[in-house]
Design a protein around this ligand. Structure first.
Ligand code: GSH
Length: 199
């Protein structure tokens, strides 16, 4: 028994759960699915998506479900804000980030013509505006770092490191948020959840 995370280093959803593992200080074994072309992942879970987790024999799939289970079973700072109203909003924002920002990331990464690139930049500009408003005067969306911030950070970090697109400088609140997340994650000794050079 033990905890195994089937993951890929570059997946933003895997990064999201690696931050949660680190916040909760939960030890786990990493199974890099690229090493055997997802054979052991498919054998264990019957599907191809990462992150997937073997939690002491229980098969858990999807970053949102994995994060919720880790939060429920382990002490350490909660990844959710206080109170049902904020918790509902937090889950909605986590979902928005996972389902909507991922689309913008895919559009940017797959843009092969100048027109596709222009459309992807336009899509991101709309989201940067929203995020810049969301983080106006705030370090985090709620009164501490939650899974909503972590999900958003994971998508923006992927945009910067893997898609290699720099967030335009005029989105000052988005830049401040990213810088604050990087600092906070480092201060909390989360370096082991990231490639040092990608922070
Ligand atoms: N909603 C899922 C999305 C997971 C996902 O899309 N994973 C991608 C990597 S970023 C994947 O494994 N894709 C492989 C495939 O679909 O075959 C989550 O939050 O975990």
């Amino acid at each position: 028994m033990g905890i195994r995370l089937f993951q890929s280093q570059t997946s933003m959803f895997c990064e999201k759960v690696r931050v949660v593992f680190a916040m909760k200080k939960v030890p786990y074994e990493i199974i890099d699915v690229r090493k055997d072309e997802r054979k052991s992942l498919v054998e264990y879970t019957g599907q191809r998506k990462v992150p997937s987790m073997d939690y002491n024999g229980q098969c858990v799939i999807d970053s949102t479900v994995i994060s919720a289970l880790l939060d429920e079973k382990h002490s350490g700072p909660s990844i959710y804000p206080e109170g049902p109203a904020n918790q509902g909003l937090c889950s909605a924002l986590e979902d928005w980030s996972d389902e909507v920002l991922i689309h913008a990331n895919h559009a940017m990464r797959r843009a092969e013509t100048p027109e596709a690139r222009k459309n992807a930049e336009k899509e991101w500009a709309g989201h940067f505006n929203t995020l810049d408003q969301m983080y106006s005067g705030k370090k985090f969306i709620f009164d501490r770092m939650t899974i909503a911030d972590i999900s958003i950070f994971s998508q923006l970090h992927y945009l910067y490191t893997t898609v290699k697109y720099d967030i335009p400088a005029n989105y000052k609140n988005v830049h401040a948020f990213m810088e604050n997340m990087r600092q906070t994650l480092k201060l909390n000794s989360l370096e082991d959840s990231f490639e040092a050079q990608s922070i």
